[in-house]
Design a protein around this ligand. Structure first.
Ligand SMILES: [Zn+2]
Length: 139
């Protein structure tokens, strides 16, 4: 595994841990300008100790509405699904990378998914989505 792939994997893992610490479930956006954990999962022990499902509230302005919708659309359940998809993308673009050999020495690698030189554009885009910049990505 390349350094870039490991950094992406570490970032995915950290994102998953944070989402699980935030109960790892769906949140709902309500007309009362509050975001709650989905009532169907409030039976979880973690939620039983004082949280009662409350996540956040906003004012009723259009900006508050936008904040609330944004927060609800990035709930832990959604984040965990995105992380699972990102793990699949990372695996497709790293597992079985093809070594380019010359003079008996490796002269780079090709992505097993798109056969472009590593790190391929999809891997760089995935890195970017976790705040890993291109100048950090060569290695
Ligand atoms: Zn690729």
């Amino acid at each position: 595994m390349t350094d870039l792939a490991q950094r992406i994997l570490d970032a995915i893992g950290e994102t998953e841990r944070i989402a699980r610490d935030a109960c790892g479930v769906a949140w709902t956006d309500s007309v009362t300008a509050m975001i709650h954990v989905d009532p169907a999962v409030i039976r979880d022990n973690k939620l039983a100790y004082g949280h009662l499902g409350f996540v956040a509230s906003t004012d009723r302005s259009s900006l508050g509405d936008a904040y609330r919708r944004h927060i609800a659309r990035n709930d832990p359940d959604t984040v965990l699904r995105r992380c699972a998809a990102d793990r699949r993308v990372l695996s497709r673009h790293t597992t079985g990378a093809i070594s380019l050999m010359a003079d008996g020495r490796e002269r780079g690698r090709l992505c097993p998914a798109d056969h472009r030189r590593m790190p391929c554009p999809d891997l760089l885009d995935l890195a970017d989505s976790y705040g890993i910049t291109e100048e950090d990505s060569h290695g």
